[in-house]
Ligand binder design. Structure first.
Ligand SMILES: [Mn+2]
Length: 328
């Protein structure tokens, strides 16, 4: 059966032509990579390799635990010195700052991303917020490249889509997306394996941290906003890293009547990584952009500086204003 393209009106031709003329390609995703970034990277790595290109995967940060089972994850290097390449493809990175590298002027920077807040920092920009995941963009790109499919490629793209749709629970899930996913399963993707690694492979210490985080859960704005925080001492005491808190915000988000949820994670003495989730008309992507970050309509984030009290107060005002504009 032919694989269905997800968004047939997207023109991949300029990128396909550039890749056919490429020699060395460097694939990179954002800092603190997630399954969408890593899955996209691995799928494209296998596909471009089958075209005979010299492909390398290199990120600022290591591969998170939940992605290490993917075939090819062991080939992803990390550090501060990216490889030299004539084409650099940034995947799932909403801004150049999220990559943490600067690239030589003579390389062609390709920006493949589905964040609405993406500012088009590449020489070739394939940015489309209609896609549920960057992995789904790579799927359409591979159809345009006409490269052969393998179970490793299908699994990597499946993993990307699974987590970016919050396990097929987001508003971005459509019948066309399910047809795409069916094609991935036909090509060898294993949904149960992906779910096992994404949602049932936590370290026990995560639950020590979760208990701490849930202790901080508070509702404000008449029950329409839910707030949680994590400090560095909580991480230290529970022997956890920031990646162990992946998914904590879903507890705040899952409360009936909550339209905006906020998780503050302390990443430095006066530095806070803020994660937002929105519901209905509450566009937290716009809010995060105004605060110097970015993301999607219902999932976004930013970094703020100050004491927890200062940052919380600033956020409370902004969230209250947002709730005021998006009705019940
Ligand atoms: Mn993504």
């Amino acid at each position: 059966m032919n694989k269905p393209c997800l968004l047939p009106d997207v023109d991949w031709t300029p990128l396909v032509q550039r890749l056919r003329a490429a020699g060395c390609v460097h694939l990179v995703t954002h800092r603190m990579p997630d399954s969408d970034g890593i899955g996209s990277q691995i799928a494209l790595f296998h596909a471009l390799g089958s075209m005979g290109l010299n492909v390398q995967m290199y990120n600022a940060d290591p591969v998170p635990r939940i992605c290490r089972y993917l075939d090819g994850a062991e080939l992803i290097a990390h550090g501060d010195t990216p490889p030299v390449a004539d084409v650099v493809i940034a995947l799932d990175a909403g801004s150049a700052a999220r990559l943490s590298f600067s690239f030589p002027d003579d390389c062609c920077l390709v920006n493949i991303d589905h964040h609405a807040s993406n500012n088009g920092y590449g020489h070739i920009n394939m940015v489309d917020a209609r896609y549920p995941a960057t992995g789904a963009m790579v799927y359409d790109l591979l159809l345009a490249l006409k490269t052969p499919w393998s179970p490793a490629i299908a699994q990597a793209i499946y993993a990307a889509i699974l987590t970016d749709t919050n396990a097929f629970r987001s508003e971005t899930v459509t019948a066309d997306l399910h047809r795409l996913v069916a094609a991935l399963i036909d090509a060898g993707a294993q949904p149960a394996l992906a779910a096992q690694h994404a949602y049932a492979s936590h370290r026990p210490t995560r639950f020590v941290l979760l208990r701490e985080a849930l202790d901080t859960l508070k509702l404000y704005d008449g029950g329409r906003s839910a707030w949680m925080y994590l400090t560095q001492s909580m991480l230290l005491q529970s022997h956890c890293r920031l990646e162990d808190s992946e998914g904590f915000i879903e507890y705040a988000r899952s409360i009936d009547g909550v339209n905006v949820s906020v998780l503050l994670c302390q990443t430095g003495a006066d530095e806070w990584k803020v994660t937002f989730r929105g519901r209905g008309a509450c566009n937290v992507g716009d809010l995060a952009s105004r605060l110097g970050g970015g993301g999607h309509r219902h999932a976004a984030g930013c970094t703020l500086y100050g004491s927890r009290g200062e940052v919380t107060q600033h956020l409370r005002q902004n969230v209250e204003a947002l709730l005021g504009t998006c009705g019940e």
